[in-house]
Design a protein around this ligand. Structure first.
Ligand SMILES: [Zn+2]
Length: 456
């Protein structure tokens, strides 16, 4: 549907461009006539857009999702973390969207405030291998729990071959690591010996490990030595490594969940909850940010689309619907944990919670965490999909503490966490960008979710 629409739009645009080119070739009087024709075409283009939008609500959903993902994953939100107020800007954006939709609030401003400690990197992050400067995020990452550190050191390598020879490895550990960096080459079979080096680097100035893929995260506390990961292709017989890392530990970072709701027409005290975390990893230094388009601007795009849908008078729900954008997920499910400890409505009154995290692809279908725990609801979801052929597969998964549904189902609330499968594999890296996020099953997912919600 969307493809046909885009093709048509492309054709109309091509004609408009041709008219523009022709008009430049002829005199001004004729040009006026062509301008009139051009305006006519623009008018037609807008009309066609309108017809398509009215004909099927789906393109509205996609368009709004695109807008939300592009906004939330742009540099202006700094990776929605703890540098340049990224998470605050994102929370404000969501609350403004809630306000536009006139959602109700349990608090005065949709915010449920709480604090947590977090280790951040707002300043210099640099590293060079044998004087070749590497790019943070692309060639290397610093561990999220890094302290500040600076220096230039010789490299000693600990690899699998060494770890297998017990006596040799023991001797290796006994040397003086005072002006050295240990480079751990543990890709492949990870041995116990090399793994223990990562957590106890024998007073070396830093521990550097080689990886085939760089995946970043968030830490709540710094450790006493720097740990760095290098992409395998950037190492190539490293002799000397120099680096500068500046961390900023924030003991009491103020944050907030953003919560809005619609009152149910028949059962206002029964709640269906939709949730998605809006935070991501933030920045690593002044210039490098982690966009988090799939994780989880895409889930927020679904949350806001659902809020928009249920606020339309025609779709007014019988039960109350709550929309929660959680903070601090990447730092350890902190926002959802806080909510379950200080709920804004009784947890017993929640009929069902649907948590959405990573919804930007879907070629291979979706996975439902807690699917095997709440089988009735899982079967309902599968039945709706079978009848409508929305997505390729709905995979059942058991319990897992991998997103914001977790503390709810631990407290007895029926809850699913759904994520999409297939397509791009950018994850917790600088490549999780809006321009490469397809959102190609987004409309189908939206339909699946709204029908599932009706069945509850
Ligand atoms: Zn996530």
């Amino acid at each position: 549907m969307l493809r046909i629409f885009l093709k048509k739009q492309k054709k109309v645009l091509k004609v408009a461009v041709l008219i523009n080119k022709l008009s430049a070739l002829i005199n001004i009087r004729m040009r006026t006539m062509f301008l009139f024709a051009h305006s006519l075409f623009t008018f037609l283009l807008i009309s066609i857009n309108g017809v398509f939008a009215q004909e099927k609500n789906i393109s509205h959903v996609y368009q709004y999702a695109r807008e939300v993902v592009d906004t939330m994953a742009s540099f202006s939100m700094h990776g929605r973390g703890y540098v340049n107020d990224g998470d605050k800007i994102a929370a404000n954006y969501i609350s403004e969207e809630f306000k536009k939709l006139a959602l109700l609030s349990f608090t005065k401003d949709y915010y449920q405030k709480f604090n947590f400690p977090v280790n951040t990197f707002p300043n210099t992050i640099s590293l060079a291998v044998d004087d070749k400067k590497l790019v943070p995020g692309k060639d290397f990452i610093i561990a999220p729990n890094c302290p500040s550190a600076i220096g230039k050191y010789n490299v000693v390598v600990a690899d699998e071959g060494l770890a297998q020879k017990k006596r040799k490895f023991k001797k290796f550990l006994k040397q003086d690591f005072k002006d050295k960096i240990i480079l751990v080459n543990d890709t492949g079979k990870q041995t116990k010996e090399l793994h223990s080096l990562l957590s106890n680097p024998c007073h070396a100035n830093a521990i550097v490990s080689i990886r085939d893929k760089l995946i970043w995260s968030v830490s709540q506390s710094p450790i006493h030595y720097p740990s760095i990961e290098l992409l395998r292709t950037s190492v190539l017989n490293a002799k000397e490594i120099s680096f500068e890392i500046q961390n900023k530990f924030i003991a009491d970072h103020p944050s907030q969940n953003v919560v809005g709701y619609i009152k149910g027409s028949l059962h206002p005290d029964s709640f269906i909850v939709f949730s998605a975390h809006y935070d991501h990893l933030g920045q690593m230094g002044k210039d490098v940010y982690f966009p988090g388009a799939n994780d989880n601007a895409s889930g927020c795009a679904m949350l806001l689309n659902l809020a928009k849908w249920y606020t339309a008078p025609a779709n007014k729900p019988q039960k109350s619907i709550v929309f929660i954008a959680f903070a601090g997920e990447e730092a350890g499910l902190l926002g959802s944990k806080y909510f379950t400890e200080a709920p804004l409505m009784p947890l017993n009154n929640i009929c069902f919670l649907l948590n959405m995290d990573i919804l930007g692809t879907g070629e291979e279908g979706i996975t439902v965490v807690n699917g095997s725990v709440f089988k009735n609801e899982f079967n309902k979801l599968v039945k709706i999909n079978d009848q409508n052929h929305f997505i390729k597969e709905i995979k059942m998964r058991g319990k897992a503490a991998n997103s914001d549904h977790y503390y709810f189902s631990e407290k007895g609330v029926k809850a699913f966490f759904i994520y999409t499968m297939g397509g791009i594999n950018a994850y917790h890296d600088i490549y999780d960008r809006p321009e490469t996020l397809p959102l190609n099953k987004f409309d189908s997912l939206f339909n699946l979710i709204t029908l599932f919600c009706s069945s509850l």
